[in-house]
Design a protein around this ligand. Structure first.
Ligand code: GDP
Length: 726
């Protein structure tokens, strides 16, 4: 049977009009995994009675134990709709916000997103996040409202109440979509509706579903459902109106095929020259064109080794091809090409444009790489909404494991670009930085359990930032031989510009003219935007000098000094953000030998640090939005947990039979929140956090925090001179 399915998938791969590339995305616990299993069972990929227990999509051991989905897993299946067989490539996405980077990458590979919302809970914070990620990538949404059985069995609702509640969910989701698409002029009305067939309801647990077309066909509507649910005739309900058919019909009918999607999506996700052949080939899904493959996920297979999964936008992948990998010098040779089916990879002869492929041999690729048969402008960098805010040290218990640990850490960084790894071969104490406590915990568990490397881990440490608060005076940086001088000022960058850099809308990779325009749009004056020399983190170097001899050939060293200064800020050696540095003037020695790295780098580094100090540099701490859902009797305890953590409660309101407490708190104080809130509310609270950027720490906490960090890092226990303003 499996062999037949594989053959059918291979046949359909060559018919882009019958292909649908989709992701299922949801707030945690809303039922994405249960629904995915249903679809796989419906398509004959796993047996019907094990669906739900088998958790085919949660293939990693730690995911099954935790019951949450972490890595985006992939599977291809077939579905017959209106006498035509369709190939449906499904990418699963993680539901926890700590894994946001994976969701965005999955969205790059697909053209439609099935958003699952729990009928009882309604749209939740992650529902909004996944919708935003989908729409940004030009991915069309459809809605599945799950757990409708609970409205009947637990809440005892009748047809009218049920209908009202479902309409509320739909209008909430549409309000979110409308707000997000208003500014996108290339996207038509992408709101969802029952009449339009882009909404389905049902129960993933009991495997039944309905939609407007299914009701018209089977005659099974709300009264029948209520009747059958109440009388324990769920099996019949499943047989008469099977969820997988209803949802897969919706997918086949309403999600665009690659031929319809790529002409619209390519201009959104690729900023190269649109007059090139390759631009046309990608828009036309040309399987005879140059190969363009965007890697969205890297995973390890114990037998095949490193597997790169992603979307083929043009050309045809075949074993033995030599392909360029963006950001690296050489070429990699494809060792095998395949498709994922029910969590297993099947090798096939070729994979043409419009499909999701899983290949081996791309040893230089990371999640996010553009892989192609000719050199080309890579795809837009995938937006990572949050930067690492928390760090943990890992150390192998036995020195013998050191090489294996380093290799594993490098692998982890390849798989998940939102993770940053700092390897220290001298001390053996490596640092992993990520999106939150859970994110790091999962990674260290993976090293310990899956790789069998016993490790010691340190306490999680929050990553701070340093940022200037006002304009500095001009500072002179002098080289050790006193023959080279640099004149620098620093200003705070506006929040708009910092956001644009963070979102990847302004970068050194883009054409200069486009960068200037983007910066001017964000509020930078014209002259300044024309003199941008370098962008590092969220900081910009402006070269305001004119006609200085030898400066051009020295600029590389200036940039190096600047980067060193910004990587380790003057207060506590934390990264600097939001600084605009201006180089006004420079005096350079005639002779190259007297203006080498040992002279230029320290001069610039010193000037940058002193100008930051003069600009009243301050420590910034990461903060999180916190949302807690609790029964009303625990509301006080829940809001106390936020307030007690230097936090602020912004809103409290009733939703269904629960109270919602919303607020904000520093990441530092949120460590250990999970067990504290559990004991404060007798385990009745469910909660969520979302990184919300950085804010300046209160003045009275600055000195103490700076000293704590300096002590931890073994820095001198005094503030740099002239920092006497606290
Ligand atoms: P995910 O985190 O979105 O992947 O959610 P899961 O599929 O793991 O489901 C979370 C929980 O909700 C599990 O305990 C499921 O059994 C349960 N669940 C999923 N779908 C339904 C449903 O339609 N009805 C009910 N009553 N429970 C469901």
């Amino acid at each position: 049977r499996r062999k037949k399915i594989v053959q059918e998938c291979e046949r359909l791969m060559d018919k882009p009009e019958n292909i649908r590339n989709i992701a299922i995305a949801a707030h945690v616990d809303h039922g994405k995994t249960t629904l995915s299993d249903n679809l796989l069972a419906g398509a004959g990929m796993i047996s019907d009675d094990t669906a739900g227990q088998q958790l085919a999509m949660d293939t990693k051991e730690d995911e099954q134990e935790r019951g949450i989905t972490i890595d985006a897993a992939n599977v291809s299946m077939t579905h017959e709709y209106e006498d035509t067989n369709h190939l449906i490539n499904l990418i699963d996405t993680p539901g926890h916000v700590d894994f946001g980077g994976d969701v965005t990458r999955a969205m790059r590979a697909v053209d439609g997103a099935l958003v699952v919302v729990d009928a009882v809970e309604g749209a939740m914070p992650q529902t909004e996040t996944v919708l935003r990620q989908a729409l940004r990538e030009g991915v069309k949404p459809a809605l599945f409202i799950n757990k409708v059985d609970r409205l009947i069995s637990e809440l005892q609702e009748g047809p009218k109440e049920m209908q009202e509640r479902l309409l509320d969910v739909i209008s909430d989701v549409n309000e979110l979509i409308r707000g997000m698409t208003e500014e996108m002029d290339d996207i038509e009305d992408w709101t969802v509706s029952v009449e339009g067939g882009t909404v389905a309801f049902g129960s993933a647990l009991y495997k039944w579903g309905v939609s407007a077309p299914s009701m018209a066909e089977t005659g099974i509507g709300f009264p029948e459902i209520i009747e059958m649910e109440r009388n324990d005739q769920r099996l019949e309900l499943h047989q008469q109106s099977p969820l997988s058919d209803v949802v897969l019909d919706m997918v086949a009918e309403h999600f665009p095929n690659p031929l319809d999607a790529q002409p619209r999506r390519i201009p959104r996700i690729w900023r190269g020259d649109d007059t090139l052949d390759i631009a046309r080939q990608m828009q036309e899904v040309d399987d005879d064109g140059e190969v363009v493959f965007m890697v969205t996920d890297i995973s390890m297979d114990p037998h095949a080794g490193e597997i790169a999964t992603g979307r083929v936008f043009s050309g045809t992948l075949e074993k033995g091809q030599e392909l360029y990998v963006s950001g690296t010098a050489g070429k990699n040779r494809l060792q095998s090409v395949g498709l994922f089916m029910g969590g297993e990879r099947e090798e096939v002869g070729h994979v043409p444009a419009g499909n999701i492929a899983a290949v081996t041999g791309l040893r230089d690729a990371i999640a996010g790489s553009t892989v192609s048969s000719i050199e080309m402008t890579p795809f837009e960098s995938i937006e990572h909404i949050s930067e690492p805010v928390i760090t943990k040290s890992v150390e192998a218990q036995s020195m013998d494991d050191l090489p294996k640990l380093i290799e594993t850490l490098q692998q982890v960084a390849k798989e998940d670009p939102t993770i940053q790894i700092e390897i220290n071969e001298d001390t053996g104490e490596h640092l992993i930085s990520g999106q939150g406590e859970l994110h790091l915990e999962v990674i260290t568990q993976r090293i310990q359990k899956n790789q069998g490397i016993p490790v010691n881990t340190g306490e999680p440490i929050v990553v701070f930032r340093e940022s200037p608060q006002q304009e500095s005076r001009e500072v002179e940086g002098v080289s050790p031989n006193r023959h080279n001088k640099f004149y620098i000022t620093v200003h705070p960058l506006s929040e708009d510009i910092v956001d644009e850099i963070r979102l990847g809308n302004v970068s050194m990779d883009m054409p200069e003219l486009e960068r200037r325009e983007a910066l001017q749009e964000a509020g930078m004056d014209k002259d300044t935007s024309q003199n941008v020399e370098h962008i590092f983190g969220t900081n910009i170097l402006i070269d305001d000098t004119k006609g200085i001899q030898h400066l051009n050939e020295t600029m590389e060293l200036v940039v190096e000094g600047l980067e060193e200064a910004l990587e380790d800020g003057p207060l506590a050696g934390e990264p600097v953000q939001g600084a605009l540095l201006r180089l006004h003037d420079a005096k350079l020695h005639e002779d190259t030998i007297h203006r080498g790295p040992a002279q230029v780098i320290p001069a610039v580094r010193d000037a940058v640090h002193r100008s930051l100090i003069d600009a009243e540099v301050r420590l910034l701490e990461p903060i999180q939005n916190v949302r807690i859902d609790v029964p009303s009797e625990h509301m006080g305890a829940a809001s106390g947990e936020i307030q007690g953590r230097r936090g602020r409660v912004d809103d409290m309101y009733q939703e269904g039979d629960l109270m919602v407490v919303e607020g904000i708190a520093p990441v530092d104080e949120m460590i250990g929140f999970s067990s504290d809130i559990r004991s404060a509310t007798e385990g009745r609270a469910s909660w969520n956090t979302e990184n919300a950027g950085f804010r300046v720490m209160a003045d009275n906490l600055q000195r103490e925090t700076i000293m704590t960090i300096r002590e931890r890092k073994g820095m001198k226990l005094e503030l740099p001179q002239s920092i006497d303003y606290f």
